[in-house]
Design a protein around this ligand. Structure first.
Ligand code: ZN
Ligand code: ZN
Ligand code: ZN
Length: 367
């Protein structure tokens, strides 16, 4: 006997979350909520695509007629409502909402559509859909964990090439190395490259440095943080390599970072609040005197999006449950001089934290 499909189960869980929040209709356009629920991703275009999911009725996917054929396979859980050129899709959505007053709209809906809807639907209460979908999407089912493991393994193979010295660094620009990391992500099975940060020398101290024309020299730290999407799910890994054996001070900092990252992974146990994972890394870095140099949260959830719930940050008391997938990526940054970060994706399981990235963390010198 087969029960409800995974997508039908997701719809039921969303309906329960809507009921708990008193939301009468969910309006999903751009972003990952719609593909998570329906398998269909709206095109980021001036033509509106929007799922209207009432708490008390069947869902309707309002979609431009010329894109209706792309809704494949047909979402079993929704009716399709194609609209033709010349139709007013905002009015169509407003008609489907009807008299419902408490509405949730996907976080990434363009303001041009939201403002039009607010004009067409005066006097309503609006909230973001992530209030309901975020905690649900954060808990991955077995198929999603498999997808994350596969895409993480593909990113690991690129990291292994970096650590193994197969990707030349000295004398090349950050941009060239970034391009090569991207090409290798695609060669290892990614469908899309989302980012490939390469920060060398002083640029290593800027956590989100945009790879640029700077030529990588000998005796530098090079932070490489890259990821992409494969079969819908995202990878994200950081390794810091050195182009010559670093002086003792920097080797010591790397060792502190290595231990802090391992401690945070070890703290990522079912039942532990997210902020405890952050604290595990932060306490070790602070105890070594570098607390002020760790200027970002320890991690973010990952799935259909690179950054999603749960956030591994002070103040997030959400307890980890089996299926939570997130990055553990502490860093230490000395402005103008040096920076290092180590990042793995980890899944919380009943048997303990399961790192999906296994490329070496050891201090690595490459040319
Ligand atoms: Zn990253
Ligand atoms: Zn990350
Ligand atoms: Zn290690």
């Amino acid at each position: 006997m087969s029960g409800p499909s995974p997508r039908a189960q997701r719809v039921e869980r969303v309906r329960a979350a809507m009921a708990a929040s008193g939301v009468e209709a969910l309006l999903l356009s751009l972003g990952a909520d719609l593909p998570w629920l329906s398998g269909y991703e709206a095109m980021p275009l001036e033509r509106l695509t929007m799922l209207v999911l009432p708490a008390d009725g069947d869902g309707v996917l309002v979609v431009p007629e010329l894109e209706a054929a792309r809704v494949e396979p047909a979402p079993e859980v929704f009716e399709l409502r194609p609209w033709a050129e010349g139709d007013d899709p905002v009015a169509l959505v407003a008609g489907l909402v009807g008299g419902r007053r408490r509405l949730a709209v996907s976080d990434r809906t363009w303001s041009t559509f939201l403002l039009g809807l607010q004009e067409a639907l005066p006097g309503r209460q609006w909230t973001v859909s992530s209030r309901m979908t975020g905690p649900l999407r954060a808990v991955k089912d077995a198929a999603e964990v498999d997808a994350l493991a596969a895409v993480s393994a593909a990113a690991d193979r690129v990291a292994a090439a970096l650590l193994g010295g197969e990707i030349p660094l000295v004398g090349r620009s950050e941009r060239e190395v970034s391009d090569e990391l991207g090409r290798r992500l695609l060669a290892e099975g990614h469908d899309r490259v989302n980012f490939a940060i390469v920060g060398s020398g002083p640029n290593s101290a800027s956590p989100h440095h945009q790879a640029g024309p700077r030529r990588i020299g000998p005796g530098e730290a090079v932070v490489c943080d890259f990821g992409g999407t494969m079969a819908g799910y995202c990878s994200d890994i950081t390794r810091t390599v050195f182009t010559a054996a670093p002086p003792a001070e920097l080797a010591g900092i790397y060792s502190i970072l290595h231990d802090a990252q391992a401690a945070a992974v070890d703290a990522a146990r079912v039942g532990a609040p997210c902020e405890d994972v952050d604290r595990a890394a932060r306490e070790r870095i602070a105890a070594a005197g570098y607390g002020a140099a760790f200027i970002h949260r320890t991690g973010h959830g990952i799935g259909l999006e690179e950054h999603e719930d749960p956030y591994i940050v002070a103040g997030n008391r959400t307890p980890l449950v089996a299926g939570h997938a997130f990055s553990v990526e502490p860093g230490i940054y000395l402005p103008g001089r040096f920076g290092a970060r180590i990042e793995d994706i980890v899944v919380a399981t009943g048997e303990g934290p399961r790192p999906l990235n296994t490329a070496s963390h050891e201090l690595t010198v490459v040319g």
